[in-house]
Design a protein around this ligand. Structure first.
Ligand code: ZN
Length: 438
């Protein structure tokens, strides 16, 4: 399983140790990590996307659930249930994450029952107060995390480290339009009764949290097509009327109409508050589910053109539509490509994408890392994986004579840190948060 770190060149040493930005996580608070984190080392090293590969390889769903959410006293049984499937997934990008966790975090060259038991004390240390921040900041060498905490709540500063844990403003519920208007009223003080009050509530949402958020984020590609069309106020008002009357049984087509209208308002507001808009594009998590054609980023062309002053971050390399993403990032000044989650989905595709990107798209348009994880261990291992594969891609460019080593290092600085400071205005966001806390 050897994952030996490459320290053979200046480039490898630089990429292996530089401080990098993380554009996408679902990180919970440290209190939650301590209280609700995976039950033991076995659960921790498999609590990431590899569970999808295990199920895809044939592991029964129930056994997978027990592997990551079972009890420590069943360790032997849980290890036995995954042992035959582990060799089938160990070479995938997700599997590499498991191998890196075992080796780099827990000191196991090969997974084994005695190794898992011996590593428990390391895990307890990680889950002690201050452990999460120390691990992510000092060991993973992350500059900051951009977090979509999945609560939909408007972001507030995280007292553990307000300049490190930065939060997205979720617009998902507005765009797929499964809106809890009572909750929206709690957040904004506005009762939604017609289109004007919905617009007022959205305005209030951005007014109160637009300055504190790092970006807007929507993953509506999971439940509806990314295809967007302009809707008139009259169309939206009719749709809202039906949704307010019918509740959960309202026609999904009307939700799409109102979702399109809300998306347009969100893009306007995001532009006004200088917030980039992040969209999930391409591959979806899980198994036997993926609604592929609707997740292709080319569905967004109309929106990208309609809001030239709003910056759009298209996430996950749009895999398997990454050629479309190259074309969009090349064509639209307001489009940025994000490789969050891409290195673990398919590291070879991500490596090739990076090389193609270098030779086709301006260098300020790429954001190269995001672990897309809930707990700190996968965030760390995916950052290690990203550093390895970026080194490999850039080294190939140097070896083939397209880049000098100094140029490769400069590019790494850009795509792993500098571009984020510009695209998300990190200093401005941190200043807003500090002001709110003062
Ligand atoms: Zn995510």
């Amino acid at each position: 399983m050897r994952q030996a770190e490459d320290t053979s060149t200046d480039l490898a040493r630089h990429v292996g140790s530089m401080v990098i930005a993380d554009t996408h996580e679902h990180t919970r608070s440290e209190a939650e990590w301590i209280k609700e984190g995976p039950c033991d080392v076995l659960a921790d090293i498999f609590s990431n996307y590899v569970t999808d590969d295990l199920v895809c390889a044939g592991m029964p769903n129930q056994a997978m659930v027990e592997l990551v959410r079972g009890k420590p006293q069943d360790l032997e049984k849980r290890w036995a249930s995954v042992k035959d499937y582990w060799p089938l997934v160990r070479h995938t990008g997700y599997g590499q994450g498991v191998a890196l966790a075992a080796e780099e975090v827990y000191g196991m060259e090969e997974l084994s029952l005695p190794g898992l038991q011996a590593a428990e004390k390391i895990y307890r240390q990680l889950r002690s107060p201050g452990g999460q921040l120390e691990f992510l900041r000092s060991r993973a060498r992350l500059d900051h995390l951009q977090i979509n905490d999945m609560t939909r709540k408007p972001p507030t500063p995280n007292p553990d480290a307000p300049d490190f844990y930065l939060y997205d403003l979720s617009i998902w519920h507005l765009v797929k339009h499964e809106m809890d208007y009572r909750q929206l009223c709690e957040w904004t003080g506005v009762t939604v009764s017609d289109l004007a009050s919905l617009e007022q509530a959205m305005g209030r949402l951005f007014e109160t949290s637009g300055g504190l958020a790092i970006a807007c984020k929507s993953q509506h590609a999971y439940t509806r097509s990314l295809a967007w069309q302009k809707r008139s106020d009259a169309q939206a008002a009719t749709a809202l009327d039906e949704i307010l009357r019918q509740g959960a049984s309202a026609d999904p087509a009307q939700r799409a109409v109102l979702g399109d209208w809300c998306l347009e308002r969100c893009c306007e507001l995001a532009g006004r508050y200088n917030l980039p808009v992040k969209f999930h594009t391409g591959y979806t998590a899980g198994t036997s589910f993926m609604p592929l054609p609707g997740t292709a980023p080319s569905n967004l062309c109309g929106l990208l053109k309609a809001f030239p002053k709003t910056r759009f971050v298209l996430m996950h390399m749009s895999f398997p539509y990454h050629s479309e993403l190259l074309a969009l990032a090349k064509q639209y000044p307001n489009v940025y490509a994000s490789l969050c989650w891409a290195w673990s989905i398919s590291p070879y595709d991500a490596m090739e994408f990076l090389r193609r990107f270098i030779h086709s798209v301006p260098a300020n348009k790429l954001l190269a890392f995001g672990g897309d994880s809930v707990w700190p261990t996968p965030t760390y291992v995916y950052s290690r994986q990203t550093r390895q594969w970026i080194t490999r891609a850039l080294q190939a460019e140097v070896d083939e004579g397209y880049l000098g080593e100094a140029q490769a290092i400069e590019l790494a600085n850009r795509i792993l840190l500098k571009n984020h400071y510009a695209c998300f205005d990190i200093p401005g966001r941190r200043a807003n948060i500090a002001k709110a806390l003062a």
